[in-house]
Write a protein that binds this ligand. Structure first.
Ligand SMILES: NC(=O)C1=CN([C@@H]2O[C@H](COP(=O)(O)OP(=O)(O)OC[C@H]3O[C@@H](n4cnc5c(N)ncnc54)[C@H](OP(=O)(O)O)[C@@H]3O)[C@@H](O)[C@H]2O)C=CC1
Ligand SMILES: Nc1c(N[C@@H]2O[C@H](COP(=O)(O)O)[C@@H](O)[C@H]2O)[nH]c(=O)[nH]c1=O
Ligand SMILES: [Zn+2]
Length: 391
């Protein structure tokens, strides 16, 4: 490992301290280096707190003069009414930092190279990591939201060895054991919202909480075209004021639909109307737009089979995490239904694939094939910030 990679790796370790707490901001880490030695470290701990660069500069005090700064993300360079911290570029310049090493350019259109330009303008050297896949994946939700202007979609399921997410009778408690479910709850705590289909609510009456880990519980979302959600379900009773129900009123909608809608709203539930797809269910693209407009930048889709299959079929997903348990269920609820694929070579492929061992179970974790390329090709950066392939 070269010395730059060593310091960059440390920035990501520091950035991870803000996991699940920085949204809608990214997770960022920074280290200040002098004479080949780290003299100060910083991270963005939670939304609204000091940025990582500012935290490292504060920790270094007057020692920051003449130091090199490594940061996982391009330093911010703008002010706006909703921005809670001043531009880091101003602090870096005022502290007398000599050189800034950047893991990944900031895809926020308000930055995207302007941070680099601001530093260069005053003679600070700036270089960009050439191996930056790890940085793009580390802030997968922030990067996707910034570049594609839609929520990051993370599919998650727990399946048996033979690909079932529930037994034939619909029971799925539990397929994965508590150690794997704890990882699942950590995924929940990292996202803004968590979605299930109405089939899952009727079968499981889920809580969709993060009770097995520390961290926030994302907003629950239920795809429920004709408002079948029971008023006595746990989500309505316990999470009513956070719950979003995505309905698709049909042309022959009954009085009962409006009656249920009214009762849900009385309990604080937000009922939103999605466009119908060709089968009368929620059109996923329009549903994502509705959620995005509610401030939801990342969505964990937990199932069931019908909803997972729709997201896969429409290629509207970015990441898949599948827990595989050492159990066979035979006939049961399939994790993924028909995708219209008839040739093996046309199967949905993945990139950035990782298999993790959790006790006796495996976790498959990967991105949709082409995800990174889609982000990179849709990302526009201030041209002048890039000179000879580095910025
Ligand atoms: N092991 C695991 O990880 C998990 C297991 N499960 C299990 O899965 C089973 C439930 O799966 P399933 O019956 O398929 O139900 P789902 O939870 O997938 O719900 C499907 C229903 O959602 C509604 N819906 C609205 N829009 C869409 C859309 N665009 N695409 C798909 N569905 C949409 C439809 O009902 P409508 O037309 O009325 O709107 C549809 O019938 C349960 O047995 C549960 O225990 C569930 C989650 C995770
Ligand atoms: N059965 C199953 C999962 N099921 C998911 O968890 C939901 C129940 O959530 P909660 O009520 O918070 O416990 C259920 O409806 C489905 O979305 N998850 C897993 O990690 N492993 C499992 O074996
Ligand atoms: Zn900043």
């Amino acid at each position: 490992m070269n010395i730059d990679s060593f310091f960059f790796e440390r920035t990501l370790e520091l950035a991870a301290r803000g996991r699940g707490r920085t949204s809608p901001n990214p997770m960022v880490g920074a280290v200040l280096v002098k004479d080949g030695r780290i003299i100060a470290e910083g991270c963005h701990r939670r939304h609204g707190d000091l940025h990582a660069e500012a935290a490292a500069l504060e920790a270094a005090g007057s020692e920051a003069g003449g130091a090199e700064l490594y940061c996982s993300l391009e330093p911010c360079s703008y002010r706006s009414p909703e921005k809670l911290q001043p531009p880091c570029t101003e602090r870096i310049i005022a502290a007398g930092v000599r050189h800034v090493h950047i893991g990944q350019p900031d895809p926020n259109p308000k930055v995207s190279g302007r941070g680099v330009l601001a530093l260069r303008e005053v003679g600070i050297g700036v270089s960009l990591s050439e191996e930056n896949e790890a940085f793009w994946r580390f802030n997968d939700a922030f990067n996707t939201r910034m570049v594609l202007s839609r929520p990051f979609v993370h599919l998650k399921c727990a399946m048996s060895l033979d690909g079932r997410i529930a037994a034939a009778g619909g029971d799925s408690r539990w397929i994965s054991d508590e150690s794997a479910r704890r990882v699942g709850h950590r995924f929940r705590s990292e996202r803004d919202a968590i979605a299930v289909g109405i089939g899952t609510v009727l079968a499981d009456d889920p809580e969709l909480s993060t009770r097995l880990v520390e961290g926030h519980s994302p907003r629950p979302v239920v795809f429920d075209s004709s408002l079948k959600i029971p008023l006595e379900s746990r989500l309505v009773r316990e999470r009513g004021d956070e719950l979003i129900v995505l309905a698709v009123p049909s042309e022959d909608v009954t009085e009962n639909f409006f009656d249920v809608k009214h009762r849900l709203e009385q309990r604080g539930v937000r009922v939103l109307y999605a466009e119908p797809d060709s089968t009368g269910k929620a059109d996923l693209s329009s549903a994502l737009d509705l959620l995005y407009a509610q401030g939801i930048g990342s969505l964990l889709v937990e199932g069931g089979s019908g909803l997972l299959t729709s997201f896969l079929k429409h290629r509207l997903y970015d990441r898949l995490s599948a827990f595989v348990a050492p159990v066979l269920l035979g006939s049961g609820v399939e994790a993924v239904g028909d995708l219209g694929i008839t040739r093996a070579g046309d199967g949905l492929a993945f990139e950035g694939v990782n298999w993790f061992r959790i006790g006796d179970q495996q976790l498959f974790d990967a991105y949709r094939s082409g995800w990174l390329e889609e982000l990179r090709s849709n990302f526009t950066v201030q041209e002048a910030a890039y000179v000879h392939g580095t910025c």
